[in-house]
Design a protein around this ligand. Structure first.
Ligand code: PMP
Length: 423
């Protein structure tokens, strides 16, 4: 299906917002936690193309929300999953020694942007990896407090959602949240001003803080890239107070920014790094990598998961890391990312009243609109013309296509996006 066709034939055959019976059924029976600007009922995928339940084709610049890193149904990933499924579907890796689990851990450890030895724990999702990292930070440091940033998104489980501070709706109705979590402003001088002169002065002694959780590029918060030197300053502050620096690379990692991990652009080494999303091309796999002495501080069995790092997810993860390297997907992310950034800046120059900022690294690109309504309208119009993009932050649209996206597909997406902006 669609093999060898670089740009899907796009149709504009969607008559109304609820054209599909699947969408109506989904609305009736599922618990939809996050309604989007348009109703998509994806049924099949290949590369950067998605076919919906009504047979409409879309150019997918969401990648299942930054998940389908190697494109939809990459043959190498599909084959690895099929072969592993036929060999062994499951055995709890928290209780026994699964060869494929340790293979995945070793492959990840090799990519670690940390100079010393690391150890790896595998989970089923980003939030679970965040929870594990949070538990490890408290356990290893024997300190109770953790800090994250305004605008951060770290997941929806109780600890992760407490760290999350991008929209009040993520907290509303769920309190009391996890005790011991504080927040600071992200991405400029006010970060350090607030930490040193407000939090450490009035709220908590720094030697009671176990860790600072940081997204090297804020994802759900708006695809925000901190200025050069910001991460290094944060590292310095952590070192000064013996606080662990935990990089949440669930959205920014696995090659998306043109390096395996976005923090590599800053030259800073985290103590713990969290991954998920693009790591296994769509199979449920999360991970946290920690400096060995941290992970060795807790006894065997202190943390665990029945399904985390399941053999099938590991097979997909190993194939994904392999494809990212063998197909040069990080280089592709850099090149096509630049092409997109340049094209989007041209569109911005034509519509300075509508687009107020274009930013990003590699294939993690945000386009800030003057209003949230405008951003929603552009997403809807793009959807109707066959391009899938999503919002982030208050009034931005994110572009996070599969890392296999071609220059031709990027050009096509730019022309559809330009038309959607023009209205
Ligand atoms: N951290 C970050 C930076 C994320 O973007 C997300 C998901 N958007 C998560 C954690 C949570 O991941 P999951 O949905 O797999 O639990």
């Amino acid at each position: 299906w669609l093999r060898g066709r670089p740009v899907p034939e796009l149709r504009t055959a969607i008559p109304g917002p609820l054209s599909s019976a699947v969408v109506e059924r989904d609305l009736a029976i599922t618990s939809r936690s996050l309604p989007r600007a348009y109703p998509l009922a994806p049924q099949r995928g290949h590369g950067c193309a998605i076919e919906d339940a009504d047979g409409n084709l879309f150019l997918d610049f969401n990648a299942g929300i930054a998940v389908n890193s190697t494109g939809h149904c990459h043959p190498a990933v599909v084959t690895a999953v099929q072969e592993q499924a036929a060999a062994l579907l499951h055995y709890s890796a928290s209780d026994f020694f699964l060869p494929i689990y340790s293979q995945m851990c070793a492959a990840l450890a090799e990519t670690a942007p940390m100079s010393g030895p690391v150890r790896v724990f595998l989970s089923n999702s980003g939030a679970e990896a965040v929870e594990g990292a949070l538990k490890l930070a408290r356990y290893a440091t024997k300190r109770p407090y953790v800090i994250s940033f305004y605008g951060a998104f770290h997941g929806r489980t109780m600890g992760a959602v407490t760290l999350t501070a991008s929209k009040s709706k993520y907290h509303k109705g769920f309190g009391p949240l996890l005790p011991g979590v504080l927040h600071a402003p992200y991405g400029d001088d006010s970060t350090f001003e607030h930490l040193e002169n407000v939090l450490f002065r009035y709220e908590v002694a720094p030697d009671e803080v176990a860790a600072i959780f940081v997204e090297p590029i804020q994802g759900e918060g708006g695809y925000l890239v901190p200025p050069a030197g910001w991460m290094a300053r944060l590292r310095e502050l952590c070192d000064k107070h013996g606080i662990l620096l935990i990089a949440d690379e669930v959205q920014s990692g696995a090659g998306r920014t043109g390096k395996m991990w976005a923090i590599e652009h800053t030259g800073v080494e985290p103590d713990i790094l969290i991954s998920a999303k693009g790591l296994a091309s769509g199979l449920p796999l999360g991970a946290f990598l920690a400096r060995a002495e941290l992970m060795e501080s807790w006894p065997a069995g202190a943390h665990g998961s029945t399904y985390g790092g399941s053999p099938v997810a590991c097979a997909a993860g190993l194939a994904t890391l392999d494809v990212i390297r063998s197909e040069g997907l990080m280089e592709n992310a850099t090149q096509v990312g630049q092409l997109l950034l340049d094209g989007l800046r041209k569109i911005q120059a034509e519509h300075p009243d509508k687009i107020v900022d274009v930013r990003g690294v590699g294939l993690m690109i945000g386009v800030e609109f003057a209003t949230a309504d405008e951003a929603a309208e552009v997403q809807r119009r793009a959807f109707e013309s066959g391009l899938l993009v999503l919002e982030c932050g208050e009034s931005a649209i994110r572009l996070s296509p599969p890392l296999v996206v071609t220059a031709g597909e990027a050009q096509k997406a730019l022309s559809l996006f330009a038309a959607a902006v023009a209205g």
